[in-house]
Design a protein around this ligand. Structure first.
Ligand SMILES: [Zn+2]
Length: 386
């Protein structure tokens, strides 16, 4: 009797193997699934081996089947097989967890079991190819993401500054004259700026303080986890045209359709054509909530940079404070700007950027700009809110 049972079990096991779905050719894979819990939302990132445009659906709770409210994403052309037999536990008060499975032979389904839900946003990013879903829930810091004038007025401060030296590690950023690397300049400026801000009484958080590789999510994870009040991403510009020069500061605003596609493509690590898609995607999101603050911050920094550099060098091209579609700005929930400190492909500016005196000067200028932004917060809250 015992032997027969073993045989039966073996047969069942074989039957199980036989019915395991065969993987069709040409599908992408799920690389990994990561999640982060922020004060006001939870981010789920599905890393893939290829770009996929998912569709997102929302399902109401099913009390009879004891299923909570949930979101699901269907990833067409993606194979995950039976890799995730157990749900990924999140349990942060907003999400129960994430389940992943092969829904059809050619579709992977990601199910997000919700505890509280008010809205979500979806973004498809590249290099590495991934899908980002941010889930916002009622009751957890919702005042910040669905602001009224009062909550913005009382809640917005500028004490905790997040500095983000662009690129780093395996990503050198732009390459300039004489082998000048953007990642080195951004770190030098970040460290010089930190010192000055701390002297002025600001609290400073760095996304990186050494030469290391950081994904866009990791940069914003640092910012969000620290509860930053504002986010300043530091970069140096490059252009095929050697005469291109000047300083510019970007802030995120999705309503404008005219952007510097070249800068956005380079800083986002995507092609110019893909920037168009990104703009269309961004246009559907509610990024206008913090834009008056981001714009004010960008204008203060740009003004301060131009006047300082003009004072010391007599000549610098003011490329302005302008709107641009940058992932790192989009992924931050706080007022965020991106500073392009000069062109390392321009002879004169590359020479300046190599000079520690210039770095100290622009660090001083940005510290001035942040101080002015800090001081002007009350005024813009009263005057410029939509
Ligand atoms: Zn850059």
């Amino acid at each position: 009797v015992k032997r027969r049972r073993v045989l039966l079990l073996l047969l069942l096991a074989c039957a199980g193997l036989a019915s395991a779905p065969q993987r069709p050719p040409g599908l992408a894979d799920v690389r990994k699934i990561r999640h982060w819990s922020y004060p006001n939302y939870t981010r789920v990132v599905v890393e893939l081996t290829r770009v996929v445009q998912p569709s997102v659906h929302r399902l109401a709770a099913d009390t009879r089947a004891a299923r909570p409210e949930r979101l699901y994403l269907d990833l067409g052309g993606v194979w995950v097989g039976r890799r995730y037999t157990e749900p990924i536990h999140v349990g942060d008060g907003l999400l129960h967890g994430v389940r992943v499975g092969q829904n059809t032979l050619r579709t992977t389904r990601v199910v997000i079991d919700l505890k509280r839900y008010s809205r979500h946003r979806l973004l498809v990013l590249q290099a590495p190819d991934r899908v980002v879903i941010d889930i916002y829930g009622q009751g957890r810091g919702e005042a910040r993401s669905a602001p009224t004038q009062d909550s913005l007025l009382s809640g917005r401060s500028a004490h905790r500054v997040v500095l983000d030296p662009g690129h780093g590690g395996a990503d050198p950023g732009a390459r300039g004259i004489g082998g000048l690397l953007e990642k080195q300049l951004t770190l030098r400026l970040g460290l010089a700026l930190r010192q000055r801000l701390v002297q002025r009484g600001f609290e400073v958080i760095m996304t990186r303080a050494s030469d290391r590789t950081l994904s866009l999510e990791e940069r914003t994870v640092v910012a969000e986890a620290a509860g930053g009040d504002l986010f300043v991403s530091l970069h140096a510009n490059a252009a095929p045209r050697r005469t291109a020069r000047g300083i510019e500061t970007y802030y995120l605003n999705a309503s404008d359709q005219r952007h510097n596609l070249t800068v956005a493509a380079r800083e986002n690590n995507i092609s110019r054509g893909e920037v168009n898609d990104l703009q269309r995607t961004l246009a559907t999101f509610r990024v206008s909530e913090v834009s008056p603050y981001s714009r004010e911050l960008a204008q203060q920094l740009q003004r301060s940079l131009i006047s300082r550099v003009r004072g010391a060098y007599g000549d610098v091209r003011d490329l302005g404070a302008k709107r641009g579609p940058f992932y790192v700005l989009f992924l931050s929930s706080m007022p965020s700007v991106l500073v392009e400190m000069g062109f390392l492909t321009n002879q004169a500016e590359a020479a300046r950027l190599r000079d520690p005196a210039y770095m100290n000067l622009i660090a001083e200028a940005i510290a001035d700009g942040i101080t002015r932004y800090h001081d002007s917060l009350q005024t813009i809250a009263a005057v410029e809110l939509p």
